[in-house]
Design a protein around this ligand. Structure first.
Ligand code: NAG
Ligand code: NAG
Ligand code: NAG
Ligand code: NAG
Length: 573
């Protein structure tokens, strides 16, 4: 999501959107649960427990009022009195704007089976998000939201050839920023910042009877974790930050470094497709095709579509496969290559033949209805994108750049990646329209932070939105921390199952063991069935499987399930 979300999905549907298929749905009526200053668990959603806790809007001035945070726990299999009980592990799925409790419904049971049932798994909806109240919105109603979205469709704009692109995006950001300020009747926007979410986590952990936190955060969850570690360095028991953002850039409204490995992620499409050959990758015309051939082929196809879009009408939906749609589909596929490159290869091959049906389907949203939110409090109200920008722009320095300066900022990023249009805009350009900033909020930079336990940073060799470079930059602020690299394209280590990565996670969480310096983990998956991602030769899936113990096979299944649950949350599929 967020800056991890294509900037131009700014106006994307949400109030009307259905949750992705196969995700466990919340059945608990949060509105019936009274907020309390302590954690009072009630049973909810089968094996889970729910609580709502009151927190000060402003920790320096508690009399300004309170917000209510939705917290959920999957309790350990042993009671707290048992000597093997280890306490809570907090999880945040990123965004900002994603519901922590919703994500825990999906991943909690899998965490229990791989990381251990001696831990509780806990997540919460950060302020302004999901089931926490008050909520945030740009618009007064679902209908108004739908009208705005219809009137301002996401457009992918090649700013190097179209100088109005940045200007248009800038203009929309001004409108959005003013709307957010207008609809902030509760005054929550000023207090959504990540420092406050970190203070909330500290408070929740204390109320649960613990002094130090164990935490696993992915994507934006790395900003929450790093901020927590900067504010409370002596309160770290364990902290894994996976898919790490440039925390300094986050606070400076400059996410340029995000674009460092985006093109390399697309390159992995060409290399893995060429290595797999036409029998496994339909976009490869012959066994002698090289990655460069495929890259050229995609450029030709893109130019063809730019000149002439392909109309699509199917029973499930209709529209155009135009330049914008093609570019957005390519970019989104980069988040999860192991899942989306095979259908992408087929879709591109079809599109070359003039058939846009399968390409159109890749980005198709689940069917949605624009009804009023469920009256019974089982669905979140509010607008996740308003919360996303509220957190991101509220954290960041006030952007006072002129349009010319923003244009220069964009062009600088465009030198790093052909996908810059989806990346840097959402930070600096969107935030240039943001009106609400709290003067005494926490600000980066920080340096030489000595935490009570070393942090574990995790990066992929090619992550389209949180590259290794940003993990290295954030890590440099924390003394004694370690960096584990997973040899895969995609966003966060959950993009592909790896027994190696998992082993280091588990050893760190349970025993506090850090991976040796320069550790790179292979993944136990192939993008196209016939060969590993590095193209080093065909290995059949069956052959790899035979070498694995039953336990390892089960672990791989669970790791794959964690990826499946988190994918729609972190990539907004
Ligand atoms: C954007 O436009 C420039 C100039 O026309 C062109 O060289 C470049 O290939 C285009 N990029 C994409 C991704 O279409
Ligand atoms: C943003 O950061 C990049 C380096 O990542 C730097 O080159 C650029 O000048 C910065 N832009 C602004 C506006 O600070
Ligand atoms: C386009 O491709 C889809 C499969 O992806 C197929 O069902 C459909 O018949 C094709 N349309 C045409 C006109 O060939
Ligand atoms: C933790 O340490 C114990 C004792 O050295 C060892 O038996 C166990 O395998 C370790 N667990 C992990 C997950 O590394």
């Amino acid at each position: 999501m967020l800056s991890l979300l294509p900037a131009l999905l700014l106006a994307g549907a949400h109030v009307c959107a259905a949750q992705g298929p196969g995700q466990p749905q919340n059945t608990f009526d949060w509105s019936q649960l009274k907020a309390s200053s302590d954690i009072t668990w009630v049973p909810c959603n089968d094996h889970f427990q729910c609580a709502r806790i009151s927190v000060p809007l402003d920790y320096t001035t508690p009399k300004l009022g309170s917000a209510t945070i939705a917290v959920m726990r999957l309790p350990a299999s042993v009671p707290p009195t048992d000597p093997t009980y280890r306490g809570p592990v907090f999880f945040n799925p990123g965004g900002p704007g994603a519901s922590g409790v919703q994500s825990l419904l999906g991943v909690g049971p899998f965490f229990t089976s791989v990381f251990g049932a001696e831990f509780d798994y806990v997540s919460f909806d950060p302020r302004g998000i999901g089931f926490s109240t008050p909520t945030t919105d740009f618009f007064a109603s679902a209908a108004e939201t739908a009208l705005w979205n219809a009137g301002n469709p996401s457009q992918s704009l090649n700013a190097s050839s179209d100088s109005t692109a940045v200007a248009r995006f800038w203009g929309l950001s001004q409108v959005q920023g003013q709307l957010a300020a207008q609809h902030d009747s509760t005054g929550i926007l000023k207090y959504l910042t990540t420092d406050n979410a970190a203070r909330d986590m500290h408070l929740i952990n204390q109320k649960l009877g613990f002094k130090k936190v164990r935490y696993y955060g992915i994507s934006y969850g790395s900003v929450l974790g790093a901020t927590f570690a900067a504010l409370f360095p002596d309160k770290i028991e364990r902290m894994i930050l996976d898919g790490v953002l440039d925390a300094d850039g986050w606070y400076q409204a400059n996410l340029t470094i995000q674009a460092s490995a985006t093109d390399a992620t697309l390159d992995s499409f060409f290399t893995s497709c060429a290595a797999a050959g036409p029998s496994l990758c339909p976009f490869s015309p012959s066994t002698s095709s090289t990655a460069q051939d495929l890259s050229n082929r995609l450029t030709t196809l893109t130019n063809t579509i730019l000149a002439q879009p392909v109309p699509v009408i199917t029973p499930g939906g209709y529209g155009l496969v135009d330049y914008s749609r093609l570019r957005q589909t390519l970019f989104q596929a980069l988040y999860a290559p192991y899942v989306f490159f095979p259908p992408l290869a087929q879709a591109l091959a079809d599109l070359e033949k003039g058939n846009g049906t399968s390409l159109f389907a890749i980005l198709a949203q689940p069917q949605f209805t624009c009804g009023a939110p469920a009256p019974d409090g089982t669905q979140p109200t509010g607008n996740p994108l308003a919360a996303t920008f509220g957190v991101q722009c509220g954290d960041a320095v006030e952007v006072k750049d002129s349009l010319e300066q923003l244009d220069a900022y964009y062009r600088n990023a465009a030198k790093l990646s052909q996908f810059a249009e989806f990346l840097v805009g959402s930070g600096r350009i969107t935030c240039s329209g943001w009106k609400i900033h709290r003067q005494n909020r926490f600000k980066w930079p920080v340096s030489n932070i000595k935490t009570s336990f070393p942090l574990l940073f995790v990066a992929n060799t090619a992550d389209p939105v949180t590259p290794k470079q940003s993990a290295q930059k954030t890590r440099a602020n924390f003394l004694g921390s370690a960096l584990l690299v997973q040899d895969s394209p995609g966003h966060t280590s959950t993009t592909a199952p790896s027994l190696c990565t998992f082993g280091y996670f588990k050893a760190y969480m349970t025993n506090g063991t850090l991976p040796p310096p320069d550790t790179t983990c292979p993944v136990d998956a192939q993008i196209f069935g016939g060969g590993p991602p590095d193209g080093s030769g065909p290995v059949t899936a069956a052959k790899t499987r035979v070498q694995l113990s039953k336990e390892d096979q089960d672990t791989l299944q669970v790791l794959k399930s964690i990826g499946d649950v988190l994918r729609p949350i972190i990539a907004r599929w």
